[in-house]
Write a protein that binds this ligand. Structure first.
Ligand code: BGC
Length: 442
C-alpha cells in the first residue's frame, strides 16, 4: 500500500473564482472586479461565477458525494474587511463559519487559504502590495479570520502563488492589477514575504494546534534523460530564478532557507532585501510546503525547434499546457530534497473542453487519464520515501479562470453558468473510487 493511511485526498477552489455575490452582504470590490475589463475575453469577471455564495449547502453535499477527505478554499478579504482595513463585516465571517461547520459535519478537513488574489480594491488604490504598510494590513485581516475559524480549522495556508499575484501581475501585466513595472518586484517581494511571516506569527498565537503552510508554484524543469547530470541540471535550473518572480526558488528560498538566488537579487537590483530582524520574521517556521504543479518547464534543446517537454504533436490540455506527469514527481523530489518539509500538492489539474453531452452527462476521459498519470507519478515519489500528506485537485468545480474568463474548465463538477446547475463529471466518479480505495486502484 503506497499512499499513507491518512492521505488527504481533496479538491481546491478559490473565493473569487467561485463565489460570485460580489456585492451581497457587505462585500466590496476587489481588484478583479474593478480591473478585469479590457483584459479578459468578453470582459468577464467573477460577478456571478458559480454563485457558490448562494449554493453553499448544495456544494458541500457534492463534496461529500465525491467522498473527498479535504477541501481547500480561500477567504475573500473584501468580504471580511470590505475596505481592506478597518470595519469587520460579520456577515462575511458568518459565511465561512457556516462553510467550515458544514465541512466538519461531513467529515471533510477544511484547508483555508488566506489569500488567493482578491485584494480589496481600496488597498490597490493605496499601492497594493507595493505599499510598505501592506504586511500590517494583511496581519490585521488574518487576525480576524483566524480568530473566528481557529476552533474548526487545522490547516492554514498563507498565500497562494505569489509567483502569479506578483510575478505576472506587477511584471508582464497578465493578471490584476495588470502592471508591467519590474521596479515593483523589490517592494512587492519584500512586502509579501513580510506579510507571510506576520501571518505565521498570528496563526501560531491564535491557533497553536494549527498546521501552517504556504502554496507557491513556479517553473519545474525536468531532466532531459535519467542520468544524474541531467537531474542535477534540471534541479539547478528550477532553483536559479531563471523566470524572474515566477520562479520556484524566488518565493520559497527566502521563507525556508533565508536567502535569495543571485539572479533574483540582480533582477531586483539589490544585494540584500531584508534586515536581520526582517529575515527572522520571513523565515518563521512553517509545517508543510504546499505546491501547485501543472506541467514541466521545457529546456532548450540544441538543434531542435522544440523545448525538451514538447515534440511534434505532444499532448497538451485545452490551455496548451503540456501533459507531463513527471513534473509532479520532480516537484516533490526537488522540493523535499531542498526544503525538507512535508509536501501537500495544493493544486494539480487540467483544463478541458467539457460540455454536457446528449445523454445528460459530462464524459471527460482526458481528465481521468491526466489525473491517473499524475497520481501514478506522485505515487512513485511516495514509494521512494518522499513525505506527501495530500493532494487537492484543481478544481472542485468549473470556475472563473482569471484572464481566460469562463472559457476553460478545470472542474470535477460541471457548472452550467446559465442555470447554475451542477453535474458531476465522469472524473468525479472516477476520483471517488480512487479515494475510496486510497489509491490502490490506480
Ligand atoms: C491558480 C488557480 C488557477 C489555476 C489554473 C493556479 O495558477 O492558483 O487559481 O485557476 O492555477 O490556472
Amino acid at each position: 500500500m503506497t499512499f499513507p493511511t491518512h492521505f488527504m485526498w481533496g479538491a481546491a477552489t478559490a473565493s473569487y473564482q467561485i463565489e460570485g455575490a460580489i456585492h451581497q452582504d457587505g462585500r466590496k470590490d476587489c481588484i478583479w472586479d474593478k480591473l478585469a475589463k479590457g483584459h479578459v475575453p468578453f470582459d468577464e469577471t467573477g460577478e456571478i461565477a458559480c454563485d457558490h455564495y448562494n449554493h453553499l449547502e448544495e456544494d458541500v453535499a457534492l463534496l461529500k458525494q465525491i467522498g473527498l477527505k479535504a477541501y481547500r478554499f480561500s477567504i475573500a478579504w473584501p468580504r471580511i474587511i470590505p475596505n481592506g482595513t478597518g470595519n469587520i463585516n460579520q456577515k462575511g465571517l458568518d459565511f465561512y463559519l457556516k462553510l467550515v461547520k458544514l465541512l466538519k459535519e461531513a467529515n471533510i478537513e477544511p484547508m483555508v487559504t488566506l489569500y488567493h488574489w482578491d485584494l480589496p480594491y481600496d488597498l490597490f488604490l493605496q499601492g497594493g502590495w507595493k505599499n510598505e504598510n501592506s504586511p500590517l494590513w494583511f496581519e490585521s485581516y488574518v487576525r480576524v479570520v483566524v480568530n473566528a475559524l481557529a476552533p474548526y480549522v487545522k490547516y492554514f495556508i498563507t498565500f497562494n502563488e505569489p509567483n502569479c499575484f506578483i510575478g505576472i501581475s506587477y511584471e508582464g501585466a497578465e493578471h490584476a492589477p495588470f502592471l508591467n513595472e519590474p521596479s515593483s518586484l523589490l517592494p512587492c517581494t519584500r512586502n509579501v514575504l513580510l506579510a507571510h511571516g506576520r501571518a505565521v506569527h498570528v496563526i501560531r498565537e491564535l491557533a497553536p494546534h494549527a498546521q501552517i503552510g504556504y502554496a507557491p508554484t513556479g517553473a519545474i524543469y525536468t531532466p532531459t534523460d535519467n542520468s544524474k547530470d541531467a537531474i542535477d541540471s534540471a534541479r539547478d535550473l528550477t532553483f536559479s530564478s531563471t523566470r524572474s518572480a515566477f520562479s520556484t526558488d524566488w518565493w520559497i528560498d527566502p521563507v525556508i532557507l533565508g536567502s535569495f538566488h543571485q539572479n533574483a537579487l540582480a533582477k531586483m537590483g539589490v544585494t540584500e532585501v531584508f534586515t536581520k530582524d526582517e529575515w527572522a520574521l520571513v523565515t518563521s517556521k512553517i509545517d508543510f510546503l504546499g505546491f501547485n504543479v501543472y506541467q514541466s518547464t521545457g529546456q532548450e534543446v540544441a538543434g531542435s525547434k522544440y523545448p525538451s517537454n514538447r515534440y511534434c504533436g505532444s499532448p497538451v490540455t485545452a490551455m496548451d499546457w503540456t501533459i507531463t506527469p513527471e513534473s509532479i514527481y520532480y516537484a516533490v523530489k526537488f522540493l523535499q530534497d531542498r526544503y525538507h518539509l512535508p509536501i501537500l500538492i495544493t493544486e494539480n489539474g487540467m483544463a478541458n473542453t467539457d460540455f454536457l453531452m446528449l445523454d445528460g452527462k459530462v464524459h471527460d476521459p482526458q481528465r481521468i487519464d491526466f489525473m491517473h498519470r499524475y497520481l501514478l507519478a506522485l505515487e512513485k515519489a511516495i514509494d521512494e520515501g518522499y513525505d506527501v500528506i495530500g493532494y487537492t485537485y484543481w478544481s472542485l468545480m468549473d470556475n472563473y479562470e482569471w484572464a481566460c474568463g469562463y472559457k476553460y474548465r478545470f472542474g470535477l463538477i460541471y457548472v452550467d453558468y446559465q442555470t447554475q446547475k451542477r453535474t458531476l463529471k465522469d472524473s468525479a466518479n472516477w476520483y471517488k473510487e480512487v479515494i475510496a480505495t486510497n489509491g490502490q486502484n490506480l
